[in-house]
Design a protein around this ligand. Structure first.
Ligand code: ZN
Ligand code: ZN
Length: 88
């Protein structure tokens, strides 16, 4: 079922034990074997967005220990032509 709060589709069931204890309903994630936490899922999505915002590729010709070996995909082709042309 889909959590209506965060829209995540998971193997959820209503946590009846929690309802008996607190009078509140919450979803239990059967797949993760823990209560479903909407805020946690949101932070995971946010961190995923920031890391995938600038996709970078590593130049196969540069020193892998050098930070400058990592660049945006569009720049790599041009970089190889200008920096490593003689190695082809
Ligand atoms: Zn949720
Ligand atoms: Zn390079």
């Amino acid at each position: 079922m889909i959590c209506k709060k965060c829209g995540i589709d998971g193997n959820f069931t209503w946590d009846q034990q929690h309802n008996e204890n607190t009078g509140k309903w919450r979803l239990f994630d059967l797949g993760m074997e823990r209560p479903h936490d909407c805020s946690h899922e949101k932070t995971q999505e946010a961190s995923l967005e920031t890391t995938t915002q600038i996709p970078r590729v590593k130049c196969p010709k540069c020193d892998p220990l050098n930070d400058s070996a990592w660049m945006e995909r569009e720049k790599l082709q041009n970089h190889i032509k200008t920096a490593h042309f003689g190695f082809w």
